[in-house]
Design a protein around this ligand. Structure first.
Ligand code: PMP
Length: 291
């Protein structure tokens, strides 16, 4: 991923893609003191940019480090990164980390760095995703909010995500569905999960996992389409009686699920309505469609 043309915004300046390097003794690498965002631009506009920037600052605050720029400056830098790379439809990845100024568990007094890259990335699950993807049950659970700062989009929380995704892919699945520390349904490794029961849209309450910006947008959209939306605890035993299942996320957008473990689902009217509605709202940016 490091050998391509383009520009990366790095601590306030653009550097050529291949030269956006950091030292091997960076605290972020050794101790996972890094936070990031994933954003998507449609037609040159970044969907809910300010919400992403606010979540980045909140993640950094939870991790105890300051980003030495204002939210306005980071918003402008994300937009400038798109323009500088000649992109209109792209994925944008801001990342902030503790640097190599100090290397021990304590990094107090060390520095924080921030970079922003952007590249074309059509969809996390590729072209065929509308047929529905297959999820394996993850071998790892999401930690409790007392075990890890689960509200932060922090790199360290992705360790078990990568392990779970690799296990799923090796078994022929597209992604993994993770349970939370209590054994209830949490989310996929990079997207939130929704289930349709009796025509209603149900999703786990976001405790111990990321409250996705797409998740919130899709809940608003479903309500605007006169659907009933319920946030609640969902036990894995209930999954089998769901009429439809889908995932939401910046990279995943709205992706139908056709299988979880050995249970099959058929994407239907609710998923189709939300896939189409989401495709409309991201291009209109903040506005909601008329149902
Ligand atoms: N959960 C995890 C673990 C994620 O990485 C993501 C992607 N950022 C999501 C959920 C979805 O969040 P969003 O809709 O804000 O992209």
């Amino acid at each position: 991923f490091d050998d391509r043309d383009g520009w990366i915004w790095f601590d306030g300046h653009f550097v050529p893609w291949r030269e956006a390097r950091l030292h091997v003794l960076s605290h972020g690498l050794h101790y996972a003191s890094a936070v990031f965002e994933g954003e998507r631009a449609y037609g040159g506009r970044i969907f809910r940019l300010r919400q992403h920037t606010e979540r980045l600052f909140n993640s950094a605050r939870i991790m105890g480090f300051d980003i030495p720029f204002s939210a306005e400056a980071i918003d402008a830098a994300c937009e400038e990164t798109l323009r500088r790379n000649g992109l209109t439809d792209a994925y944008i990845r801001p990342v902030a980390w503790r640097g190599s100024e100090r290397l021990a568990v304590s990094a107090r007094g060390g520095g924080t760095h921030i970079a922003i890259a952007a590249w074309p990335w059509p969809n996390l699950f590729g072209e065929d995703r509308m047929r529905g993807i297959a999820l394996a049950m993850a071998p790892w659970r999401r930690p409790s909010p007392e075990t890890a700062p689960t509200e932060a989009k922090a790199s360290g929380l992705y360790m078990t995500g990568t392990l779970s995704k690799h296990a799923a892919e090796e078994a022929g699945f597209d992604d993994a569905l993770m349970l939370d520390w209590k054994g209830d349904v949490a989310e996929a490794t990079g997207a939130n999960a929704f289930f349709v029961f009796d025509g209603e849209v149900h999703t786990p309450a976001p405790i111990g996992f990321l409250d996705g910006i797409t998740r919130r947008a899709v809940m608003e959209l479903a309500r605007a389409c006169q659907m009933k939306v319920v946030e609640r605890t969902i036990a894995p035993e209930e999954i089998g009686r769901a009429e439809e299942v889908f995932l939401t996320g910046t990279a995943a957008e709205v992706t139908p699920v056709r299988r979880i473990g050995d249970q099959d689902f058929t994407p239907g009217r609710v998923t189709e309505t939300l896939v189409a509605g989401y495709a409309r709202i991201v291009r209109m940016n903040e506005a909601l469609p008329v149902a």
